[in-house]
Design a binder for this molecule. Structure first.
Ligand code: NAD
Ligand code: ZN
Length: 350
């Protein structure tokens, strides 16, 4: 590790307040046997980073300051611990955010993403908004060199979209996406590749409705001044949508999304709600025979294979979904764009 610098730039949540600061900190060199040091090339700003930036209630409970933010990245392996065998120096990698223990019931039965002892990169430990990041090898993902680092850095949220969509098949089906934030926009791109019949997107933000159209939504709805249920019914010959992909975290969107589903339809819920949500289970779920899936994170590493193959084989174009690529030093501008919602994915380049 002789050639590594002593210090690096990092975006640090420096105290219990709004924002974060670019600071000079030590390069993490204390690698454990199974740890890897990655030189970061691109980092993408996630909604979680925004929550930490805004210092909302969730962040207050989960983040110990000072801490380096960020978890969606791509970069190059520059040092490996003594027992690392999955990657070597020079490999181009990204990383899963959910760090599993590898020993619990879920880890041993193909459900590492809901490990009982889950730790989250950039939440429970220093993250990737830095020139170098230390990660355990178990979460590393080797990227194909043909994928640009800016695209490779968004594979983690892309995996959220893939996981949500493919809990059942979507080919030839009419799909309603509620919420066209960065992940909803990625979902529209994935739905196009997966042969969805009609893609209906509900979004309150005009910029994102327009973006949804450009990416491939067949119909966009502003639920603030149009009845989502009526439009979905009209667009599906009165039947309702076959699939609901809930990506807004808004209770009204969940309610109207379920009400827009056809009987025996499927709902996959990724959106996270601020508070407990009340819905009429009898009318919206039970008597309609709806299947509801709760989605957390990505299937490790099934969804990574799917996302990486779509990118490698040029089946999914992220150029319209990644609306802003900024210099690492311009991070404040990136967070402001996220705050205003005038963006798709925002990526910082190092
Ligand atoms: P985001 O908050 O940027 O996007 C949500 C979008 O929903 C916004 O564009 C917003 O304008 C729109 N919206 C709000 N109210 C609406 C309504 N009534 N109808 C239609 N659209 C509405 O979030 P994101 O980063 O794209 O993530 C999507 C959701 O998934 C968020 O709720 C996020 O917290 C959640 N999430 C869950 C997981 C998980 O593992 N379950 C992982 C990542 C993100
Ligand atoms: Zn994320």
């Amino acid at each position: 590790m002789g050639k590594l610098p002593e210090n690096m730039k990092a975006i640090v949540k420096d105290g219990p307040h709004y924002g974060a600061k670019m600071m000079t900190v030590d390069v993490p060199k204390d690698l454990g046997a199974h740890e890897v040091l990655v030189k970061v090339k691109a980092v993408s700003i996630c909604g979680t980073d925004l929550h930490i930036w805004l210092w909302n209630e969730w962040a207050k409970e989960h983040i110990n300051v000072p801490q380096i933010l960020g978890h969606e990245f791509a970069g190059e392996v520059v040092a490996v611990g003594s027992e690392v065998s999955l990657v070597k120096i020079g490999d181009f990698v990204s990383s899963e955010t959910h760090i599993p223990c590898g020993h619990c019931k879920q880890c041993r039965t193909g459900n590492m993403h809901v490990c009982q002892n889950l730790k989250i990169l950039g939440v429970d430990m220093n993250g990737a908004f830095a020139e170098y990041v230390k990660v355990p090898e178990i979460v590393l993902w080797k990227n194909d060199p043909s994928i640009p680092s800016i695209w490779a850095s968004v594979q983690e949220p892309l995996g959220n979209a893939i996981h949500t969509i493919f809990t059942e098949d979507v080919a030839g089906k009419n799909v309603l996406v509620t919420g066209a934030g960065p992940i909803g926009l990625l979902a529209i791109g994935v739905l196009k590749t997966a042969g969805a019949a009609k893609i209906i997107v509900s979004e309150v933000n005009e910029y994102r409705r327009n973006l949804a159209k450009e990416i491939g939504a067949d119909v966009t709805v502003n639920p603030k001044n149009q009845s989502l249920v009526d439009i979905v019914k009209k667009e599906t010959d009165g039947d309702g949508a076959d699939v609901l992909i809930e990506m807004s975290g808004n209770p009204q969107a969940l309610h109207d999304g379920l009400a827009s589903l056809t009987n025996a339809g499927r709902a996959s819920l990724l959106g996270v709600y601020d508070k407990d949500v009340q819905i009429n289970l009898n009318d919206l779920v039970i008597f309609k025979a709806i299947r509801i899936y709760g989605i957390t994170g990505r299937k490790m590493f099934e969804t990574w294979y799917k996302g990486a193959e779509l990118l490698k084989n040029k089946k999914l174009d992220l150029s319209k979904i990644i609306t802003h690529v900024l210099d690492f030093d311009d991070y404040e501008k990136g967070f402001k764009l996220m705050e205003e919602g005038k963006c798709g994915k925002v990526v910082l380049k190092l």
